[in-house]
Design a protein around this ligand. Structure first.
Ligand code: 4HQ
Length: 247
């Protein structure tokens, strides 16, 4: 079982994780989520958690003290050693390989920032890894934290059924997925590629591998530059590129 603690100003947002794959992982005790409402760790009469930035400028900063109290409460609630993560645009970009590494940890503690961010001294003292969900700005760390929890939960043993190996394949091999089709066979002029109806499983596997390589070449050439191709993969991609020239 993996333990995940979340420290947030908006605890009710995490009810989004009661659905689908992550909801079932919680029901089957493969994921134990503990949500800490930052507002409960204030000691001032007005329950303030933020203050103005030293040096001036717009917006507010989450203060050190309530964050420290919430972190200490979370860490002392279980004896399992935890990796403390802070979600922010200054973090290392989240990748499937980072997700797989995180899924092997016994416990994660996620800090969700709001406003302009958190007092840097929290990062210096407590944060093991600062992670980003992408080069854009969202209103708080809650949605990024939920993305991370979802992606990590899918990698926990027993969470996905038979689809697990296939699902792992598409991105962990560093390629985009191949196209998918289901009934009906024809919609107006659009038909399903005949190989998928052939019953020839080797030909289907080869076609899917070729489509994955070709789509990656067309849409995400950056991914191909990071990955070496086998002789067979080179042959499949060359053929895809040749065919894409006449169509
Ligand atoms: N924010 N990846 C600012 C993000 C973000 C991202 C979270 C906004 C932290 C203080 N987090 N708060 N991108 O934009 O993780």
């Amino acid at each position: 079982m993996m333990e995940v603690d979340v420290i947030t100003l908006f605890p009710t947002m995490f009810s989004a994780l009661d659905y689908g794959v992550v909801g079932r992982a919680q029901d089957s005790q493969r994921l134990k989520l503990s949500i800490y409402a930052l507002r409960n760790y204030t000691e001032n009469p007005s329950n303030r958690v933020d203050d103005r930035p030293y040096g001036g400028g717009p917006g507010m900063i989450l203060q050190y003290e309530p964050l420290e109290k919430a972190i200490q409460a979370a860490l002392s609630a279980s004896s399992t050693p935890s990796t403390l993560l802070y979600l922010s645009p200054q973090g290392a970009p989240l990748s499937q390989s980072t997700i797989k590494h995180l899924a092997q940890q016994p416990r994660l503690t996620l800090l969700c920032g709001r406003y302009e961010g958190i007092d840097e001294r929290i990062i210096d003292r407590f944060v093991d890894q600062e992670l980003s969900v992408g080069d854009y700005i969202v209103s708080g760390g809650e949605l990024p934290a939920m993305l991370l929890i979802d992606a990590v939960t899918r990698m926990l043993p027993g969470v996905l059924g038979h689809e697990q190996s296939a699902v792992q394949d598409s991105f962990s091999e560093g390629l985009l997925d191949h196209p998918h089709y289901t009934r009906p066979r024809q919609i107006n002029q659009q038909t399903v590629p005949s190989v998928l109806l052939s019953g020839n499983h080797e030909a289907i596997t080869r076609w899917r591998q070729q489509q994955a390589l070709g789509k990656t070449w067309q849409k995400r050439p950056d991914l191909l530059k990071r990955r070496s191709l086998t002789a067979e993969e080179k042959r499949l991609l060359d053929q895809y590129i040749k065919n894409s020239l006449d169509q």
